[in-house]
Design a protein around this ligand. Structure first.
Ligand SMILES: [Zn+2]
Length: 239
């Protein structure tokens, strides 16, 4: 038994280090849904569940120190703020523009809260423990910021993408061979984009034959008047 309650050795009871994918998943916990922002972290409980689920917060610590009331509101605000700052940094990298200094300051502040690694005595010698000097939520945010910072400094930041689908905007990492992926997921956003292009073509060519089939009619735009195959709607509005 150890009396050092704040230091514990071994790795079994420890959280794992998040991957860049975890970090991007964290950023995508606020997303566009049908054109509206949908924040998966509506409450501190939502955010805590997510952090616990990803193993970036100690289960026992979170249970023991779980903030309530005003402290929970404040913790949620911190989580959202760091998430927004990491998102801003990612966006700046993707677009090749200077990042908002306030966002950089927020990320830098988050990185400072990283737990310290310490050697602790073990029955068979020495093991590596972590000294939890700060707040577990701050520690979790530092862990989540870490993979992005590593990618920016020693990885392939040019592979960071934001989904081309204007109703999605997910942050993702392009693992394709060509490095030219545009959508977070080809089966959803990629297909949506294709479907949208398809609809636009059909609108442009109204009653032309199915645009999917190669044809002369589909390749050149028709004059609007002749393109209307149905009687105009009774509405007086233009279009
Ligand atoms: Zn997408």
């Amino acid at each position: 038994m150890t009396s050092q309650s704040s230091v514990h050795g071994g790795s079994r009871d420890h959280t794992h280090d998040p991957s860049l994918e975890d970090t991007f998943d964290f950023l995508n916990t606020i997303e566009l849904e049908n054109g509206f922002l949908d924040d998966h972290f509506a409450s501190f409980g939502d955010a805590a569940d997510w952090l616990l689920g990803r193993g970036v917060v100690h289960r026992w610590r979170a249970a023991a120190n779980r903030p309530t009331g005003a402290a929970a509101d404040e913790a949620l605000e911190r989580i959202r703020s760091v998430r927004g700052a990491l998102r801003e940094v990612s966006d700046a990298v993707v677009r090749g523009r200077p990042a908002d200094p306030a966002a950089l300051a927020e990320v830098n502040r988050a990185l400072q809260a990283r737990e310290r690694i310490e050697l602790v005595p073990a029955a068979d010698g020495v093991s590596i423990g972590h000294s939890h000097v700060g707040d577990p939520i701050d520690d979790a945010l530092a862990r989540l910021a870490d993979p992005l910072v590593k990618e920016l400094t020693g990885g392939h930041p040019e592979r960071i993408r934001i989904c081309d689908n204007d109703t999605c905007r997910w942050v993702f990492y392009d693992t394709s061979r060509t490095g030219r992926r545009r959508w977070c997921d080809m089966s959803t956003c990629g297909n949506q984009a294709k479907a949208a292009r398809h609809r636009a073509r059909k609108r442009g060519a109204a009653d032309a034959v199915d645009a999917a089939a190669p044809s002369e009619a589909a390749s050149e735009p028709m004059p609007p008047s002749s393109a209307v195959s149905e009687p105009a709607p009774p509405s007086p509005a233009a279009n």
